[in-house]
Ligand binder design. Structure first.
Ligand SMILES: [Zn+2]
Length: 325
C-alpha cells in the first residue's frame, strides 16, 4: 500500500483498509478492487471496459477532495490505461506509479504522458536486460506479410488477449487491407474502443445464434486465447479447412508458442524502455512492483540505480520522509 497525505492507496490490488483503490487499467490481474465492489479510482474507459469484459459495474465515486493531490496520466499500454502521480502535501515529494506501460506508440492506445517524479514505482513485467523488443514497424510488416501469404491457401487464426492486444492486431491487419473476423468477447470490447474513437474494421465470427458466420473461403480470425483450440478443430474437421495459427506477444522473445507463427508484439516496456522511462521522469528512488520485482530491482541496481522491491520499501519512502531522515 502507498501511504501519502494520510491516505492508504491500493495499487491494482485489493488491500484491506485502503482509502483509495487505484485501478490502472482493465486487464484481469489489475481489477481485484472492482470485483470487490469498492469504489475505484480509474479512467472512464477502464470502467466501461470492466463492464464490457467482466459484466462488473464498478463505481468510480471517490470523494473529490481525497483526490486533489492525485493525477492520472496515460500510460500507453491499452485504452484507458493510466499512471498515477501523487504529491505529498507536506514535503512536496512526488511519487509516480507506472501501472503497465510502454514507451512506444500503440495503434490502439493513447501515447504515454511522461512526467517528472521523485520516487517512481515501476511495473516489473520484463525485468530482463537481455530481452529487447524488435523495431515495432519491422514486427508489424513481418506480421502483415506472413498473414497475406498464409491467407492464399489457409484460414489464419490469431490467438490474442481479448482486450488491448486484439484491438492493436485488428488495426495492424486493417493497415494491410485485411478485414478480420473476431470472436464474441472481442466484439463486445471493440464497442468500447470504437466509442472512444478507435476505428476497428472487422466482422463477427459468430452469428447471434452462436453459429460460425464465416463462409466457405479462407479468412483471418482474431480470437481470445481460450477459444482458438476449439475453433481450429471445428474448422479443420467440419470445413476441411487448412488452418494456420499465430500468436502476437512480447513473450515470443522468450518462449516458443504452440503455433505456426509467433510475432513479438508487446504492450509492455522492455528493460531498455524502462530505463528510458526512469531517465525521463528523473526519479532518484526506484521501487519495482509486480511479480518479478526482486529480479528487476537487482538488475536496476547493477546499472547504478537506487532500486528496491516494493515489498522491502521503507514506509517513509512515499511520504517525503526519506529526504529528511
Ligand atoms: Zn496490462
Amino acid at each position: 500500500m502507498l501511504n501519502v497525505n494520510g491516505l492508504a492507496i491500493a495499487l491494482d490490488r485489493h488491500e484491506q483498509g485502503a482509502d483509495v483503490n487505484f485501478v490502472s487499467h482493465a486487464h484481469t490481474d489489475h481489477i481485484a478492487a472492482a470485483r470487490r465492489s469498492r469504489p475505484v479510482l480509474a479512467s472512464s474507459e477502464t470502467l466501461a471496459l470492466i463492464d464490457a469484459a467482466y459484466g462488473i459495474k464498478a463505481s468510480g465515486n471517490h470523494n473529490g477532495s481525497m483526490l486533489e493531490a492525485m493525477l492520472m496520466l496515460d500510460s500507453g499500454h491499452m485504452l484507458g490505461s493510466k499512471q498515477l502521480a501523487v504529491t505529498d502535501e507536506k514535503h512536496g515529494t512526488k511519487t509516480l506509479y507506472s501501472g503497465d506501460f510502454q514507451m512506444r506508440r500503440s495503434a490502439a492506445a493513447a501515447p504515454i504522458e511522461v512526467t517528472d517524479a521523485d520516487v517512481l514505482i515501476i511495473d516489473s513485467t520484463y525485468p530482463y536486460p537481455d530481452v529487447s523488443f524488435d523495431d515495432h514497424e519491422e514486427v508489424e510488416a513481418e506480421l502483415q506479410e506472413w498473414t497475406l501469404s498464409a491467407l492464399a491457401d489457409k484460414v489464419v487464426l490469431f490467438s490474442a488477449y481479448a482486450m488491448g492486444k486484439a484491438q492493436e492486431l485488428i488495426c495492424i491487419l486493417n493497415r494491410a487491407g485485411i478485414r478480420p473476423m473476431v470472436g464474441s468477447k472481442i466484439s463486445r470490447i471493440n464497442k468500447v474502443y470504437e466509442a472512444n474513437g478507435i476505428r476497428l474494421d472487422c466482422e463477427p465470427l459468430y452469428s447471434d445464434g452462436g453459429k460460425l458466420a464465416a463462409g466457405g473461403g479462407n479468412f483471418v480470425g482474431v480470437v481470445d486465447s481460450s477459444e482458438i483450440k476449439d475453433l481450429a478443430y471445428l474448422l479443420a474437421k467440419y470445413r476441411g479447412a487448412n488452418v494456420a495459427t499465430a500468436v502476437a506477444s512480447g513473450w515470443a522473445k522468450i518462449f516458443k508458442f504452440r503455433a505456426d507463427a509467433q510475432f513479438p508484439l508487446s504492450d509492455h516496456a522492455d528493460f531498455s524502455q524502462s530505463i528510458d522511462y526512469i531517465e525521463a521522469t528523473g526519479a532518484k528512488k526506484i521501487v519495482t512492483y509486480g511479480g518479478s520485482q526482486r529480479l528487476f530491482a537487482a538488475n536496476l541496481r547493477a546499472k547504478g540505480y537506487d532500486a528496491v522491491p516494493f515489498s522491502d520499501a521503507p514506509a517513509n519512502l512515499f511520504d517525503g520522509g526519506f529526504r529528511h531522515a
